[in-house]
Design a protein around this ligand. Structure first.
Ligand SMILES: [Zn+2]
Length: 560
């Protein structure tokens, strides 16, 4: 599941806790052994230690490591004898991602004096085209929020410099809504917000990272927007030709020259798509889709101390579980002290920089592989066909599932339901309140089809060890937004009934510590077998599950 960015507290802790030492490189001792047809904890462990090994370097979509990870998946579904359902008869569906970064030619100058990119000015990438500002008149627009601030009309065609009031209760970042400013000053030639000093270095680093987007040939957006940059006080003075506090709103400054464009390079990424044809000549034209995401967030250049990070996040998680309705405050976080020395008496320092994503979503990916192998080896195949889709680019914005459902390789309306697994290998009592062997969270199971939700309950009741369903994250408007935050939503938006299975959050979420050694393999096998049974039930129904709820707008915003 894509994460919410947080810069401050963790970075301070990282800097403090990362003594020098050996890198944490686990040898690839789990070579792909023959796995049996049945869904077993041992097979899941074999697969997951391989799929989330350091050598996969965190499987970031758009990197060679995502290609490596998807090659493993494709070789397995081929080995099971499934039908390829990707591009041109293969198992891969290429997803057109591109990496966007500031072009080396970018410049911002007045009177020949150039502002330095990333030092004096930091551009933000609007992803759509920006109009030229070369030769535009700089104008001081006043202070954000003041009544004297220039209007959109007054700023039309101008390169405006906008001040931001500072103060303890007025953190500048809280005031600056880039979307709102771009809307207000849509007609300007450029917008320079004087707030560069307010961003911590990690934020500038984040802005500097190439941004990967999905470029899928949908009619390209012809909108052009003004360039949007953050500048520091000296940059503002250069643009205005005077100190900001010596000029009034509307005062003209210098003539600005240059261009700020972002160049694009293709970023390799692919979904893996395979089909198990159904046994019923009529119903095999309908599909039950089963999915997970094959990517994760990659690796960092700086290593950290695995165990002290884990101890630290464990403390944060305990605080979160102790008061689930409140966010953990920065003050609480600052109170956390980890006795690193005692930790290192237990473990020699393990430096770690790779986001292995064992649970996110190695657990889902290996569960789908086990389910596919079990169905492929089953004597009696289900009536309807099964469509296995391993989505890429989920962490970047649900790109693989967006592309697959916009460009499905089977008729979209022949997909009767989609079962999505994302993070299904944890959910112990110290991971989630109420966690344990039978704990699972269900999201979206009745959002389009009451029948699907009921059917899942029925399948569960028939089990020797029924699960305990936690539906709290399915609540309308729930702040965690799980209904909108994983691949199932890309199917639901087209009116396809979905069920999202997850064992929930934990201290290793989007951390370098999300390792295969912390996975509950019995639980994972239990979840995979459950999803197998749900898929069987849906695939063998004498009718397709009934959609009895309104269908959303496929291109509208998701509503939790
Ligand atoms: Zn995920």
């Amino acid at each position: 599941m894509p994460a919410v960015r947080r810069f401050v507290a963790l970075s301070a802790f990282l800097a403090a806790a990362a003594p020098a030492g050996a890198q944490m490189a686990l040898p690839l001792k789990h070579a792909p052994a023959r796995t049996q047809t049945a869904i077993t904890p041992a097979d899941l462990m074999t697969r997951l230690y391989l799929y989330s090994d350091d050598s996969m370097m965190g499987r970031l979509a758009g990197s060679e490591y995502n290609l490596k990870a998807t090659a493993y998946i494709a070789s397995e579904v081929k080995r099971f004898g499934l039908q390829p359902a990707g591009d041109s008869g293969g198992f891969f569906q290429n997803v057109p991602l591109v990496k966007r970064q500031l072009d080396a030619s970018a410049s911002l100058a007045v009177d020949g004096a150039a502002l330095r990119p990333w030092d004096d000015f930091v551009p933000r990438d609007p992803v759509v085209a920006t109009r030229s500002f070369d030769g535009a008149q700089v104008v001081y627009a006043g202070v954000l929020g003041d009544s004297t601030q220039l209007t959109g009309e007054q700023a039309a065609g101008k390169f405006i410099v906008l001040g931001v009031r500072r103060g303890p209760n007025l953190p500048p970042t809280a005031q600056m809504n880039r979307g709102a400013l771009l809307a207000k000053y849509r007609g300007a030639a450029g917008i320079a917000v004087v707030a560069l000093e307010t961003f911590p270095p990690q934020a500038i680093n984040f802005f500097r990272q190439p941004q990967t987007i999905l470029k899928d040939g949908m009619p390209s957006d012809t909108t052009t927007l003004p360039v949007y940059v953050y500048v520091n006080a000296s940059g503002a003075r250069t643009l205005l030709g005077a100190a900001m506090d010596s000029v009034r709103p509307g005062t003209p400054g210098k003539t600005v020259h240059g261009s700020v464009v972002f160049s694009e390079t293709p970023a390799p990424a692919r979904n893996v798509v395979a089909i198990l044809p159904g046994r019923d000549p009529t119903l095999r034209g309908e599909y039950v889709a089963i999915g997970a995401h094959n990517d994760h967030v990659g690796f960092d250049h700086d290593a950290v101390d695995h165990d002290s990070i884990r101890a630290y996040n464990d403390a944060v998680r305990k605080l979160a579980l102790a008061s689930p309705t409140q966010r953990v405050t920065p003050d609480q976080v600052l109170q956390i002290h980890v006795n690193v020395d005692s930790l290192h008496r237990l473990h020699p320092v393990r430096r770690d920089s790779i986001y292995n994503g064992a649970d996110d979503d190695g657990s889902g990916t290996t569960a789908v592989l086990e389910i596919a192998q079990a169905f492929a080896g089953a004597k009696v195949k289900p009536k309807r066909s099964l469509l296995f889709v391993f989505h890429t680019g989920e962490e970047l914005g649900l790109f693989g599932s967006q592309y697959y459902t916009d460009h499905p390789t089977v008729p979209r309306d022949s997909i009767v339901a989609q079962l999505n697994m994302d993070m299904v290998g944890r959910g112990r009592s110290d991971d989630e309140n109420g966690g344990g062997p039978g704990y699972i969270q269900l999201i979206g199971t009745r959002r389009l089809s009451t029948e699907l939700g009921d059917l899942i309950e029925t399948v569960n009741k028939a089990r020797k060890q029924p699960f305990t369903f936690d539906y709290q994250y399915d609540a309308s408007g729930h702040p965690e937004q799980y209904y909108c935050r994983s691949d199932h939503y890309m199917y639901a938006r087209y009116g396809i009934p979905i069920a999202f299975f997850t064992t929930g959050n934990h201290r290793d979420y989007h951390q370098v510590t999300d390792e295969p050694e912390y996975i509950d393999y019995d639980k994972l096998a239990h979840v995979a077998q459950f999803v197998y049974d749900v898929a069987s039930a849906v695939a063998n129904l004498d009718h397709r599950v009934v959609v009895d709820k309104p269908k959303p707008d496929p291109h509208g915003n998701c509503v939790q």
